[in-house]
Design a protein around this ligand. Sequence first.
Ligand code: FE2
Length: 285
Amino acid sequence: MPGNRFNAFSDLGIGLGLRSVHIDHILERKPDVNWFEIISENYMVDGGRPQVVLDRILEQYRVVQHGVGLYVGSAQGVDRDHLRRLKRLVAHTRTPWVTDHLCWGSVDGTFSHDLLPLPYTPEAVARAVENIRIVKGELAVPFSVENVSSYAEYRDSTMTEWEFLTEVAEQADCGILLDVNNIYVSALNHGFDPLTYVDYVPPERVTQIHIAGHSRYRRFVIDTHDHPVIDPVWKLYARAIERVGPTPTLLEWDARIPPFEEVHAEALKAVRYWDHTRGRLSHAG
Ligand SMILES: [Fe+2]
């Protein structure tokens, strides 16, 4: 198993997304959870209930920040004010690392509030690398980019998505948050083999993994985060763990959210793949 120089927290285990419907349960019952992932933008506000809740969670749990608003693929650069507020939150939560998506989502001050895919070209690589270097220079913790799910492709692309992601991470010298559900969704939508993707990504750069459920429609598969993880996605996860080794993993469940225990139990299924990989390694050793 390769050493992972980007991730000093590889033993952090399985985490859960902090969702408002579960807050009362968590504060009252104090369930045994290794860490909670928060959406940074939900807490980049001064005061109010979100801040109060976050502070109570921080008293008992490690929190990892995941963002949806940096748009590191933007041709217009990173919003410096957004980055300053993000930096303040990082100091407050003491998150061990920060993640956001390799995408764009706004132009001329108009925000789509979507995580839009980029054209896979050297020009887009250069722009993303420039933006990520600015983010890295500002934040005092490691930064990783996540692959998004997509429903459209650009005719201008000159490389595959996995080549693009790898090129950006290598040139920017940052980590990768590998979302295996996003890979599966995009593979079905665009007709590529998801294992080729997982097998290509440099394992030493993968700092975290996302798993999730999705919805299948007639023409497209949509990344809805409203179901348990399906078997083909667990298979991709197993392959990723085989290559990368046990890696902090988070289950995303954002709509039609069931009771806390159900989400927690689904997330903990990931552990069996860790055990399998560890068992294989100890036999080999
Ligand atoms: Fe994700």
